[in-house]
Design a protein around this ligand. Structure first.
Ligand code: SAM
Length: 281
């Protein structure tokens, strides 16, 4: 995959992309990342990339001409790999999710366009057909960090970026569930013991415990995910056990969508427990 980023702050990306999985993936030729200085595409000799907003109001707006020139110039580079997916980072965009990340990872080429100030001239998206993407319901001062988030999440999904691809399958959101908790040595820290099952060497029991923990965490922290979760027979069995434990006879309606029933959250009694745990730490 090739990723191009068009920015007025090219220097922000250096250390981030020289660390960890992204750095290794670049070295291994899994991904090529090119950072372009937007100012090089400014039409005037002062290299202006922003201007005051029409209609008045505070702040500046990123100008359409340099951005479109940069996007079109970048898109026409190296025709191999077809037309890139152009992504403008914006709080008004589609919310980033693991599903969207894996969709982006399927492209040969991505062009990421972080904004600054009040944002970018609306005509950039209209003219280039860019997709607008948000990394969450909050406002950053600039889209460079959002672009780094997209790169990091996408690159780790590329074949060859991670030595053990199975780790993706167990990550949060890959099946629509949160991950289970993890532990390493020592087995006892200030009286807090690692769950015995993880020390048992019984792989079947460990697998089932991890699945149960993933289900408990999802029910307690993100019950909204349950409606879309991909459950196998063992998951359903564990859920049924959890329901029985809690004395609830509630069953998840097949094919239900939206908020799961309140009985789901009550089923494990984990929600209150989780809230208490957060306050205690
Ligand atoms: N006026 C804009 C609004 O309220 O939607 C906010 C502009 S923000 C100060 C400047 C730039 O930061 C945006 O153009 C965008 O590129 C980036 N940005 C801020 N929050 C973001 C988010 N949640 N997701 C993606 N990009 C974001």
């Amino acid at each position: 995959m090739r990723i191009d980023i068009i920015t007025i702050f090219p220097q922000m990306f250096g250390e981030v992309f020289r660390s960890g999985i992204v750095s290794r993936a670049r070295d291994a030729g899994v991904v090529r990342i090119e950072i372009h200085d937007l100012r090089a595409f400014a039409p005037d000799r002062h290299r202006t990339t922003d201007d005051t907003p029409y209609g008045g109001g505070p702040g500046m707006v990123m100008r359409v001409e340099p951005l479109v020139a940069a996007i079109e110039g970048t898109c026409s580079l190296e025709r191999a790999g077809g037309r890139p997916q152009v992504v403008v980072l914006s709080p008004r965009g589609e919310l980033l999710s693991e599903r969207l990340v894996s969709e982006l990872a399927s492209f040969e080429r991505l062009v990421l366009v972080p904004g600054r100030y009040e944002g970018i001239d609306e005509r950039v998206v209209e003219e280039t057909g860019a997709r607008e993407l948000s990394i969450g319901d909050y406002v950053l001062s600039g889209g460079e960090i959002a672009a780094m988030v997209v790169v990091d999440a996408v690159v780790r999904l590329l074949p060859g970026a991670i030595s053990d691809p199975q780790s993706h399958e167990e990550d949060s959101f890959s099946r629509g569930l949160l991950d289970c908790p993890h532990y390493t040595r020592p087995p006892d820290f200030r009286g807090r013991r690692v769950p015995e099952v993880l020390l048992s060497g019984n792989h079947g029991a460990i697998r089932r415990w991890r699945k149960e923990q993933a289900l408990r965490a999802t029910l307690a922290r993100r019950p909204d995910l349950m409606a879309e979760a991909v459950l196998d027979d063992e998951d359903r069995e564990i859920l049924a056990d959890l329901m029985q434990l809690s004395g609830s006879s509630a069953r998840r309606p097949e094919g239900s969508s939206g908020e799961p029933p309140e009985s789901y959250r009550r089923a494990t009694g984990e929600l209150e427990d989780w809230k208490n745990r957060r306050w205690r730490t």
